[in-house]
Write a protein that binds this ligand. Sequence first.
Ligand SMILES: O=C(O)CCC(=O)C(=O)O
Ligand SMILES: [Fe+2]
Length: 256
Amino acid sequence: MFIGNIVSIFIAICCSYGFYLYSSNTGYVAHWWPKEAACKIPSYKTQIVSEDPLLVYIDNFVSEAEASQLLHIGKTQFAPSKLSTGASGEAYRSSQSAGLPPSDPSVSCVGSRALSLMASLTEPSDDFGIPQLVTYQPGQQYKLHYDWFQESMRYKDGRLCNRVASVFVFLEADCTGGETYFPRIASTASSLVDDGKAIWNATFEGIMFKPIPGNALFWINLPDNGKGDKRVIHGGLPVHTGTKTGMNIWPLKCEP
Ligand SMILES: O=C(O)CCC(=O)C(=O)O
Ligand SMILES: [Fe+2]
């Protein structure tokens, strides 16, 4: 009877959770993912901050459960961040990063959601590459940079691709400082400023966004002409206290 109960409980757990094994930098990682939570799209809200270049603020892009799942997957993988050229550059980018396995159900769920923001601008063969967690401790930052590559990158599967857009999602923001800063975006974003989500004033150029867990920024890196847009230069300002962790998703445009 007792054994029977244990077996029923085990079967119930197995039915409501999926078991996944994936390879990472440090070997194979196994984890459980609650099936009922799989890919439920939260009702997110978009607000255009700037039309040209396109920069959109998104409230509630990932749920609390998704954020903690993504942090859980990445937490054993963090290593000093590299620059988008592949070089390491501590003084420029002092954070730690972790690539996330695109096939993991929680990663693919949020990655496809990010890709869907591109709607008709992507081809069926385009994807969201390898999402990346980035985490900052006090004093750490990522100075001004572009996410797009000067020259398209050759990915492992041989395709030549560039980051047509960026989605940066705040997952953990138990911190002061750490705003995401766009010095060349001319917008006062007054409703976001009124809500305490953005900072704009005449003492600096551009606009800053406060790290708020679950919320995201979406912008276009490569407009129609295919050239990297210099107006979307941005950076992660130094964290003063606590920890900030975000997730980069870069929808790709690849050469056919
Ligand atoms: O940390 C931030 O606010 C921005 C991070 C970023 O731009 C990046 O990792 O490419
Ligand atoms: Fe960036």
